[in-house]
Design a protein. Structure first.
Length: 279
């Protein structure tokens, strides 16, 4: 059986990629955010994962408003990063793990989820930036990838309860996987932010702290609000917290917090980074 070594959560704002490209890590505006990552890298060097199972949302690279699956699972041999129009550097491709992907897909279907299965999938900033933050300057990414996409863009959105159940189904599938890999769970996006409309620039520190406090000890507390209430509390784009909730479910029933960093704002976003380990 594979070993889940822990979970890494972080924001994935495109502007982070620009800051990396410019070398702005020590700029006063960016430094409090980047200061959260040495401990993440130390932890990853300690646990040495072989596989990353990621929960994120697509930003129009694979799906757009005319075709937006609620849940999608990649089953490709390789995931290539592509430019979405932000002018960011194109990062290295990530090796896939189709055998594990299909095992997870079969488990999800067995638990009455109906994911779209993608034997070809591009990777956008929701994964490329978190990977670059975790493993900067490596010649090749040290993990294989199983990407799971969640619709956080086009209503109707899945409920937080459904996303937590999705993650728990992934955890259940991993318990029956016969490989001996070390697996890290990654959830990206958020936290609170809204980039458009009358509430553009909206940030809710109180709600962010509620999420960070409960992520390890009581993830079910994060599912008690309706999806519309989460949008109200976190902002239109802050609903990406669904990715964190699903990733927390995949970590397993108990978790302890290893590291946390929170900074506002970067690019009108409350940026958070956390590391959890199985209890």
């Amino acid at each position: 059986m594979a070993e889940i070594v822990g979970a890494y959560f972080t924001s994935h704002v495109p502007a982070i990629g620009g800051a990396i490209a410019r070398g702005d890590q020590n700029d006063p505006y960016w430094k409090p955010f980047f200061d959260g990552f040495p401990k993440v890298r130390e932890w990853l060097a300690e646990v040495k994962p072989d596989v990353a199972i990621t929960f994120s949302n697509d930003h129009g690279l694979n799906f757009f408003l005319d075709k937006m699956p609620t849940f999608a699972v990649g089953a490709a041999a390789e995931y290539r990063n592509a430019d979405e129009g932000w002018g960011l550097p194109t990062y290295k491709s990530i090796e896939g793990y189709p055998e594990l992907s299909w095992h997870i897909i079969n488990g999800l279907v067995g638990d009455e989820f109906d994911p779209v299965t993608c034997q070809e999938m591009l990777v956008d900033h929701a994964l490329s930036i978190p990977f670059e933050l975790a493993w900067p300057d490596v010649e090749a990414w040290p993990v294989k990838l199983v990407p799971i996409g969640i619709n956080t863009v086009q209503h109707p959105l899945p409920s937080a309860k459904r996303c937590l159940a999705l993650g728990r189904s992934v955890y259940k599938a991993l318990q029956s996987w016969e490989g001996d890999e070390k697996i890290v769970i990654i959830g990206t996006g958020g936290l609170s932010h809204q980039l458009d409309g009358e509430r553009a620039g909206f940030i809710n520190k109180e709600y962010d702290e509620f999420c960070m406090e409960n992520l390890s000890k009581d993830p079910d507390a994060m599912t008690r609000d309706s999806i519309h209430e989460i949008v109200r509390l976190a902002g239109t784009q802050g609903v990406e917290v669904l990715n964190w909730i699903a990733a927390r479910g995949a970590l397993g029933p108990g978790a302890v917090e290893r590291h946390r960093n929170y900074h506002i704002p970067i690019s009108n976003t409350a940026a958070a980074t956390m590391v959890l380990e199985p209890a």
